[in-house]
Design a protein around this ligand. Structure first.
Ligand code: NAP
Length: 262
């Protein structure tokens, strides 16, 4: 049994990389990792947003440009992160996108782009970090999937397929690495209070003519607690998986959804 004591410096000496760390859930996770003593690199496409986020996160945060859907961009981004702050011990595969339309109106480009970002992005980024985790003898891979990885939702077939894929990848890799001190888990938020949901509200308004409040009510009606999940609640689950004491948890898909999925 390892030392399961948790304090604010529990992740001191660890380097965490959070894809999509410039806002929303990724930003909340980056903030929590820093609060526990990790060095944190955030990655995303918009350099201006990244720099602003890194500045507000503080001196222990660093930003690297990366499009997780582009293998060369992922290679370059991880090489830069390693050069600046050392090998990655904790990978948070958080970058993601959604677009909604009926299945019959889902075009090839939307389908492919959604899979490239949400699923292949996890594959590319995880391949970059595993060799160093195996060498150092410690690692945490946490994939931000979704309740849409556990159950189906109408009008988001590509998103559901990509997130179900992330959960399959999580389970397979956890089993493959089970004899190593590396855990691989998925965290599955329900509707969470970020730009992604703000965009979903505008889409519902545009497509149905509902008011903003009606559109928000339609979204929160999915959650038995009648509210949006807060990004910090997702970050808390991620932290539990990173901190000492959760070593036996691997291959899991943890729903953070106010009971929407049970
Ligand atoms: P968000 O507010 O829209 O932020 C998305 C983040 O991902 C941004 O930092 C964005 O930065 C980055 N990103 C998007 N595409 C990228 C790409 N190709 N390469 C690199 N970075 C990229 O989203 P969020 O709500 O925080 O969602 C974070 C994760 O949680 C996603 O995987 C999402 O599917 C999942 N999730 C969200 C909810 C929800 O209700 N909000 C529910 C369940 C699961 P750039 O645009 O600058 O690249």
């Amino acid at each position: 049994m390892g030392d399961s004591s948790v304090n604010l410096a529990s992740l001191s000496g660890k380097h965490a990389l959070v894809t999509g760390g410039s806002r929303g859930i990724g930003y909340a996770v980056a903030h929590a990792l820093l609060a526990h003593g990790a060095r944190v690199t955030i990655a995303g496409r918009d350099q201006f947003m990244l720099d602003g986020a890194a500045n507000s996160l503080g001196a222990e945060a660093c930003a690297v440009p990366m499009d997780v859907a582009q293998p060369q961009s992922v290679k370059d981004g991880f090489a830069l992160a390693k050069q600046r702050r050392g090998a990655i011990d904790i990978l948070i595969n958080n970058a993601g996108q959604v677009s909604s339309q009926p299945f019959g109106k889902t075009d090839e480009e939307t389908w492919q782009r959604t899979l490239d970002v949400n699923l292949s992005g996890v594959f590319h980024c995880t391949q970059r970090v595993l060799p160093d985790m195996l060498t150092s003898g410690w690692g945490r891979v946490i994939n931000i999937a979704s309740s849409a990885g556990l159950v189906g939702y109408a009008y988001v077939a590509a998103y559901c397929a990509s997130k179900h894929g992330v959960i399959g990848l999580t389970r397979a890799l956890a089993k493959e690495l089970a004899t190593q001190p590396i855990t691989v888990n998925a965290v599955c938020p329900g509707y969470t209070d970020t730009d992604m949901v703000r965009q979903a509200v505008s889409t519902i308004q545009r497509k149905t003519g509902r008011s903003e409040q009606e559109a928000r009510d339609a979204i929160t009606a999915n959650n038995p607690q009648g509210r949006l999940v807060q990004p910090e609640e997702v970050a808390n689950a991620v932290m539990w998986l990173c901190l000492p004491g959760s070593e036996s948890v691997t291959g899991q898909s943890i729903s953070i959804s106010g009971g929407e999925v049970m």
